[in-house]
Design a protein around this ligand. Structure first.
Ligand code: ADP
Length: 362
């Protein structure tokens, strides 16, 4: 199994640095995700690691092997793009076996390995079909079989779900988890979809403007975002500006905010008293029920309720008319009414105190 180490990758297109010092590691056999908005540099990352384009600076290692100067064929990377790029005139089996043929592998072996890849992706029955006879999901399965048939050291999937319907997306996601479990190939998925990344990733890197700004276990990145950009990219967050008052006896920080004094956790430290900070609170961390000892609390008025099926999004006005969004399970929020005054509470561990001011739209 291969460990992939990306160190300080730089790729410029004229004046644009699509990658601007990106570092990330995919551990042996890991299913890692890099999440980033459009334009963050995801496709560029896929292309330079696969060797389709040279880097301007930085280093790429597969285990101890330096690969950034090698041609693509010697890197042994399997690549699946958002658009499957299947050869339209070839059958499914021919598409999958093509790279084996180019490598000069004996016919018998080509046949056996192609059959194995088709069976792994459960598309044996489509072997004789042409791409235009297939559904988008089936086409992505073929693209995956084609990438895996060469037994790559690294499998890179560049937004493989982007063109699929939600149900097909879920199916392909489960398929990737299953495949990864069976093949244990070191895998890097690039995506814009935080839900998918949080659900599936063994480890998650967040890419912004060509740099990996945070990496860690999905729950760490979600609960302890390094900054407001990461907090917002991973899901909705209430961002409130404040000023640090100090550290309390238990090592938690106390922040003065428009919502009142809040006790929270600083993710980067040490912060000096008086420092400008941004507080991030996830909507689901706000509670309507009885206030637990030690929890922060403030009063708010329910302004609007949005029914989302299993949950309800609750838009409120807190102290100083500050807008607050909470998320409650539907079955636990039946009694809420618009115009009602409520007490909201949030445990200190879910009040994330970030360094610096962030432009917050009030
Ligand atoms: P993502 O895949 O995250 O959407 P890309 O890697 O496609 O991001 O692009 C990152 C940045 O690099 C963008 O600003 C994009 O316009 C620019 N870029 C990407 N490829 C090229 C190219 N071939 N020529 C010029 N600029 C490019």
């Amino acid at each position: 199994m291969t460990r992939v180490t990306l160190e300080g990758l730089v790729k410029r297109y004229g004046k644009v640095a699509a990658l601007d010092g990106a570092s990330f590691e995919v551990r042996p056999g890991e299913l890692a995700y890099v999440l980033g908005p459009a334009g963050a540099g995801k496709s560029t990352l896929a292309r330079v690691v696969a060797g389709l384009e040279p880097i301007d600076d930085g280093e790429i290692f597969f285990n101890e092997r330096v690969v950034h100067k090698l041609p693509p064929a010697e890197r042994r990377v399997g690549l699946v793009f958002q658009e499957d790029a299947l050869w339209p005139r070839l059958t499914v089996a021919e598409n999958v076996s093509f790279s084996l043929k180019v490598q000069g592998i004996a016919r018998e072996q080509q046949r056996a390995r192609t059959a194995e890849a088709l069976s792994l992706l459960r598309i044996d029955s489509l072997a004789g079909h042409r791409p235009d006879q297939l559904s988008p999901l089936q086409r992505q399965r073929v693209a995956l079989a084609r990438a895996l048939v060469t037994d790559p050291e690294l499998l890179i999937l560049d937004e493989p779900f982007a063109r699929l319907e939600p149900r097909a997306r879920d199916e392909l996601r489960d398929e990737i988890v299953r495949l990864h479990g069976e093949s244990e190939t070191t895998t890097l998925v690039l995506t814009r979809d935080p839900r998918e990344a949080l659900a599936v990733a063994g480890r998650l890197g967040v890419l912004d403007l060509g740099r990996v700004v945070q990496s860690g276990a999905p729950h760490e990145v979600y609960n302890r975002p390094a900054d407001a950009f990461v907090a917002r990219l991973l899901g909705p967050a209430n961002l409130v500006q404040g000023q640090l008052e100090g550290t309390d006896a238990r090592g938690e920080v106390v922040v003065r905010t428009p919502l009142g004094r809040l006790v929270g956790q600083a993710v980067s430290g040490p912060l000096a008293a008086g420092a400008p900070v941004t507080v991030a609170i996830r909507p689901e961390a706000l509670g309507f029920g009885p206030v637990a000892p030690g929890a922060n609390r403030f009063n708010a008025t329910v302004e609007r309720l949005m029914f989302l099926g299993e949950t309800r999004e609750v838009h409120l006005r807190g102290p100083g008319d500050w807008p607050v969004v909470a998320l409650a399970l539907q079955c636990q929020s039946q009694a809420l009414r618009e115009g009602q005054s409520v007490t909201l509470s949030v445990a200190p561990e879910f009040v994330v105190v970030l360094q610096g001011k962030y432009a917050v739209a009030k």
